[in-house]
Design a protein around this ligand. Structure first.
Ligand code: GTP
Length: 328
């Protein structure tokens, strides 16, 4: 089976981390996000993934020079201009000649959903599309999906007030689609799947939904990207990954707690790192303290940063105290 993986977004909310590295190539517990996604798809029987690329395609070619990621063959479909979600799916699927049932995933979602059972459910329901749903506590921040007793989607409600819907399920960013859905997507035109194509399929009674309670996180915001990293080292998920890369250098007197340390990171003597991610190449100077932060650049000696995002060129001056800041 083939999958279209949407990886062409700008990753604006994760800036400055995404200024040089596209979001799907950022590491989550020292393994690229895209590798996590493709490993799950591969274990569900996906043999070929079409990467729907737009913004910064080159780092993807460099990251996977053999055209294979987590054992899945890659096809690169590079849009001439941003096509939005449906436009990107249409472009990528046509580029790869998709003519059968296929899976679509947002490349920034980490989930333990069983893609194979999603496909089975889709085939059983026999509609044009199936969408994976996930429950949330606060519906007011999401596009909420309402479903009837036969698992048919009846309505999408964008960011409703709690009294405006009885559903607590939202679009989880994974779909199983029939190739006929491509006929609903005009060629060469930006279009949203969530706002245009799915509502049209609902009107035709052609969209099913499968709610599950699996682990799920949209890594697109600094808080959720941090959470996705820490969930992989603290047993929140079935998989537990090493939290310190082999090539990292930690001084013997540094204290690192509940954090992920990437390749070539340098943590100086007496430095403290708590609930944080140091991306490859980050530097934390002697006596510096880093808490609940994402660091790609330098935190110099004696500085203290809390809930900060420091990009590759970001420098926190020695002795500075920063809270809730992004640099640059
Ligand atoms: P933000 O800029 O922070 O909102 O992130 P984003 O650009 O990734 O947008 P968003 O998280 O809403 O996108 C959801 C998924 O669709 C992500 O996997 C994006 O990579 C992808 N995506 C969004 N727009 C496009 C597009 O125009 N083309 C392609 N190929 N993918 C897109």
């Amino acid at each position: 089976m083939r999958a279209v993986v949407l990886v062409g977004g700008f990753g604006t909310r994760l800036r400055p981390l995404t200024l040089d590295i596209p979001k799907p190539l950022l590491p989550v517990a020292n393994v690229r996000l895209l590798e996590h996604v493709l490993a799950s798809l591969g274990s569900a029987g996906v043999t070929e993934a079409v990467l729907a690329l737009g913004f910064k395609p080159e780092p993807f070619f460099e990251a996977f020079p053999e055209g294979v990621c987590a054992g899945v063959k890659l096809i690169y479909a590079v849009e001439p201009e941003p096509m939005d979600t449906a436009g990107a799916i249409g472009f990528a699927a046509r580029f790869a000649g998709v003519d059968d049932t296929f899976i679509v995933v947002n490349g920034d979602i980490l989930t333990d959903v069983d893609y194979a059972s999603l496909v089975r459910f889709h085939r059983d329901r026999g509609l044009e599309g199936t969408i994976h749903l996930i429950p949330v506590d606060d519906v007011t921040q999401f596009g909420v999906v309402e479903v009837d007793d036969s698992s048919c989607v009846t309505r999408f409600v964008e960011k409703p007030q709690p009294h405006e819907t009885t559903s607590r399920f939202v679009n989880a960013g994974t779909y199983v689609l029939e190739a006929s859905v491509l006929d609903r997507i005009p060629v060469g035109q930006p279009l949203s799947i969530e706002r245009v194509v799915f509502p049209a399929m609902v009107a035709d009674g052609q969209l099913a939904a499968l709610p599950t309670e699996d682990y799920w996180v949209d890594t697109g915001r600094p808080e959720t990207y941090l959470k996705a990293n820490l969930d992989l080292i603290d047993g929140s998920r079935s998989l537990i990954l090493a939290s310190v890369a082999a090539q990292a250098h930690l001084d013997a007197s540094a204290v690192v707690t509940h954090s992920v340390i990437g390749d070539s990171c340098d943590v100086g003597d007496g430095a403290i790192v708590i609930d944080s991610v140091l991306l490859p190449g980050a530097h934390v100077g002697p006596g510096a303290k880093v808490e609940r932060s994402l660091i790609m650049g330098r935190v110099n000696a004696g500085a203290s940063v809390v809930s900060c995002v420091i990009g590759k060129d970001g420098i926190v001056e020695a002795g500075a105290t920063l809270t809730d800041v992004k640099i640059p």
